[in-house]
Design a protein around this ligand. Sequence first.
Ligand SMILES: [Zn+2]
Ligand SMILES: [Zn+2]
Length: 124
Amino acid sequence: MKKDIIFNLLKNSPKSLTAEEIYNDMSQTTDVNLSTVYRTLNNLVAKGEITKNVRQDKIAYFEIGDQHKHYMICDNCHTAFPTENCEIDKLARKLKRETGFNITSHTLEFHGICPECINKGTNK
Ligand SMILES: [Zn+2]
Ligand SMILES: [Zn+2]
């Protein structure tokens, strides 16, 4: 089943994947189109089996699990490192209470140089 292929791709990937990356990988072995990939991904998100995170590049990244995450992006090697906990929800709840604004989502991204690049001394 396409759902299982997508789930396994995400499970075996050390990083989160975009729908297009998943599609490119799948289309080599499976007869599939991009809209099916999107639909399947959204179904998995709705079931809470995977998480969708829209980053500031406006691209949605998918990964296993139901944890909402933020990323530290290395400006040198462009690797995205997930952060474990989101503290922003607390702030969002406070803002909601204070302003009455119904906040439904947020984005936050950290940029810098990852430890590996610092050690290699390849950071610009
Ligand atoms: Zn790096
Ligand atoms: Zn958050």
